[in-house]
Design a protein around this ligand. Structure first.
Ligand code: FES
Length: 151
């Protein structure tokens, strides 16, 4: 059985939204505490708080590329507050599934997007429910911080 389905393979081989927006309204970088891979997301947001463009660059695996390709597709055209609802589970669902050991790669995409939105919110004095309690610098989950990270 193939490890990756056709949708994942297609987004990996022909990723959408690769690159970096010049003078973005929001920029987020996130490093996965699980594998150390990195992702950068840049977004453009219009005056109605709609994400008009999103691009990503990653130093990450194929699943990270597929996840961020899908995730940036998903948030384009969304209101910022709706984009904050795009969880890694939703990204995986849209991809038609990822192998269990690759789920954290979709978390990388979700978190990088949230970081970009956080940057936009800070620069523009906006507050969103979806950012309540969000820590853009959180690089470790609780277990890692306590020194017994098993993943
Ligand atoms: Fe690091 Fe996939 S293994 S993002």
């Amino acid at each position: 059985m193939a490890l990756y389905n056709d949708t994942v393979m297609d987004h990996f081989l022909n990723p959408h939204n690769v690159g970096e927006i010049e003078n973005p309204d929001g920029k987020g970088i996130y490093g996965s505490p699980v594998c150390g891979d990195m992702m950068q997301v840049t977004i453009s947001v219009d005056e109605n708080e709609v994400i008009t463009d999103a691009k990503f660059k990653t130093f990450g695996c194929g699943s990270a590329i597929a996840s961020s390709s899908m995730a940036t597709d998903m948030i384009k055209g969304m209101k910022v507050e709706d984009a904050l609802e795009v969880s890694n589970e939703k990204i995986v669902e849209e991809l038609g599934g990822l192998p269990a050991i690759k789920i954290h790669c979709s978390v990388l995409a979700e978190h990088a997007i949230k970081n970009a939105i956080y940057d936009y919110a800070m620069k523009n004095g906006k507050e969103y429910k979806g950012l309540e309690g969000f820590d853009p610098d959180a690089e470790h989950h609780d277990d890692c911080e306590e020194g017994h990270c098993e993943v």
